[in-house]
Design a protein around this ligand. Structure first.
Ligand SMILES: C[S@@+](CC[C@H](N)C(=O)[O-])C[C@H]1O[C@@H](n2cnc3c(N)ncnc32)[C@H](O)[C@@H]1O
Length: 554
């Protein structure tokens, strides 16, 4: 196998870039380079160059039928399977009609797989039918779909007329500040995505999609947060990357460049000053976590692959839900496990606004304690059995994430488990294509808003190692159908002492993992040079607003 030096990759990449600014060692590039090297090796092995490839990059067996026909057949087979299931179970067929259901019911795994196959194969077939040049030409116009949906949602157009009636554009515009022409232009683009229809010229009617947008407040918040907070921020990511190629600062992401807050405050602080915006983001998160692949049951319910806490239950142990919001995961866990004690930690405002009691079931409520705690300070709940982070670590670039883990150490007893519940990225092409699209887009959302990131298993492993060698990485597990993974380490400070006693030969193995780990250790060491210094403690008002205080208010 040909050996490729990382430096060659960086050089060849940088020579092809049009931006001439000097390139600093980019912390994220190490893991990317590892992926690139892996793919390149596969290609030089010859396997990938001799046969056709699927959209995910997997080699497709050479066949007499073309890839297009193969995909078309697959679409037919899987659609027939889905339709047969729907008919057999007296379920309504998917349709754009206004009275069609807003989504599918929970489908058996096999049928849901057919549904995913249809989504993936139609995407791939569409790209092939467009051809490369046309695909690229029109891919960049997807922002105009976003623009139309952003405007439709902003003006609440779907809510302006009843689902079972029609309205003329002229009448509709009298209910908005838009003029009829501009209203029609925006709505007609949304119509190309199945949102509204125009049964006769100048007359608007609902579809199932416009109706659900009118009815589902969490979905409105999701579209609003994405359209009005993330979309403008995304348009400024290039500015952010040019100014700070390392992209680790919480106050220099695309968000700050878009909203004029560079070096002033992290996004959560901005939101903390604007209750409407903060509320919209909160509701958007409800919409996301209620969506397919993110349901809490995937962590709680062991029958569908959830995490087993029965040994902690048997010993009446303690589970700490750090940044646990209003404790909904702990409530669900407390219903299942009757002996575990739960501590839900969050910032003071969040703790104060939690429902009281936290559950109607007193056996559940009496075992859950809510505590105001800032995870950028030393952990206050000592000797617990599990320290759990759900949707927390992906909000932070490596220097911050390392700091959060380090803050646990004074509280940890040997054997304590640290569980991160986040996306865990696979190598490109190994994920279901639909899931991969969602997860990789989420990675860019993290970059856009927070200069943060989703991580691979190697990156999580390196994160724990950079925090302390006493965190022994246990691995990653993931329930089928869930996009989130459970990433686990165990605190074993004695292992470090044992390791220190062993003389390690000075041989650098040619595996990829140490390259990534090296990169992250460098991260931690470089922290002190950052203008965005990791705080020792995050005090009010920054902490109350959901984020960290940094040097000079940055
Ligand atoms: C993305 S939400 C995740 C909430 C919950 N774990 C879940 O799975 O939905 C991030 C949570 O972290 C909390 N948070 C943000 N900064 C914090 C800090 N410095 N210390 C403690 N909690 C914090 C927020 O208030 C919020 O509840």
């Amino acid at each position: 196998m040909a050996k490729l030096k990382l430096s060659n990759w960086f050089n060849s990449n940088s020579s092809s870039t049009s931006d001439a600014e000097p390139k600093k060692s980019n912390r994220r590039s190490f893991s990317l380079a590892v992926s690139l090297r892996g793919n390149k090796d596969a290609e030089t092995n010859g396997s990938a160059t001799t046969s056709a490839k699927s959209l995910s990059g997997a080699a497709v067996e050479p066949q007499s039928t073309s890839r297009m026909i193969e995909l078309a057949k697959k679409i037919t087979q899987d659609t027939e399977k889905l339709e047969a299931y729907m008919k057999d179970n007296n379920l309504p067929m998917p349709s754009f009609d206004v009275d069609s259901p807003a989504g599918f019911p929970k489908l058996p795994n096999e049928i849901n797989q057919s549904r995913k196959n249809i989504i993936n194969a139609t995407k791939e077939l569409g790209l092939l039918a467009h051809g490369p040049r046309e695909s690229v030409r029109w891919a960049i116009w997807e922002f105009l779909d976003v623009l139309a949906l952003q405007a439709v949602n902003h003006y609440g157009i779907a809510k302006l007329f009843p689902a079972d009636s029609t309205i003329t554009f002229t009448e509709l515009q009298s209910k908005t500040t838009l003029d009829p022409t501009n209203l029609a232009r925006l709505v007609r683009v949304a119509m190309t995505n199945g949102i509204f229809r125009e049964p006769s010229p100048g007359v608007l009617a609902h579809t199932a999609a416009s109706r659900v947008l009118a009815e589902d407040e969490d979905l409105q918040a999701w579209v609003g947060f994405n359209g009005e907070d993330i979309f403008p921020s995304a348009a400024h990511v290039l500015d952010a990357l040019k100014a700070d190629p390392e992209a680790t600062s919480l106050t220099r992401a695309g968000f700050q460049h878009a909203f004029g807050t560079v070096d002033k405050e992290p996004m959560f602080v901005t939101f903390g000053k604007d209750p409407n915006r903060a509320r919209r983001m909160g509701k958007a998160m409800v919409s996301l976590t209620g969506g397919e692949g993110y349901e809490p049951a995937y962590f709680v319910d062991t029958e569908i692959g959830g995490y087993d806490l029965s040994d902690i239950d048997a010993s009446g142990g303690t589970f700490v839900d750090i940044g646990g919001s209003h404790g909904f995961i702990s409530v669900d866990l407390a219903k299942k496990y009757k002996n575990i004690k739960f501590v839900v930690q969050d910032l003071p405002k969040t703790v104060d606004s939690a429902p009281k009691p936290i559950s109607e079931d007193s056996q559940v409520a009496e075992r859950i304690t809510l505590v105001a705690h800032d995870f950028f300070t030393e952990q206050v709940t000592k000797d617990a059995d599990v320290y759990y982070f759900r949707w927390i670590i992906h909000n932070y670039s490596t220097p911050y994430a390392v700091k959060i883990l380090k803050n646990l150490i004074p509280a940890l007893k040997p054997g304590a488990r640290i569980i991160i519940n986040d996306h865990c990225l696979l190598e490109p092409g190994q994920e279901d294509p639909w899931d991969e699209r969602v997860m990789r887009r989420m990675d860019l959302v993290m970059l856009t808003l927070l200069n943060a990131q989703e991580r691979s298993e190697a990156e999580f492993k390196a994160l724990f190692k950079a925090a302390d060698e006493g965190f022994v990485f246990k691995g990653v597990q993931r329930a089928k159908g869930c996009r989130m993974s459970v990433i686990e380490a165990v605190w074993k400070p004695d292992e470090v002492k044992k390791l220190e006693a062993v003389v390690v030969p000075a041989v650098v193995a040619e595996t990829t993992a140490p390259v990534v780990e090296q990169a992250v250790v460098t991260d931690a060491a470089a922290t002190a040079q950052d203008k965005d210094v990791i705080p020792e403690a995050s005090s009010e008002p920054a902490a109350a607003a959901g984020e960290v205080k940094t040097e000079e208010g940055k």
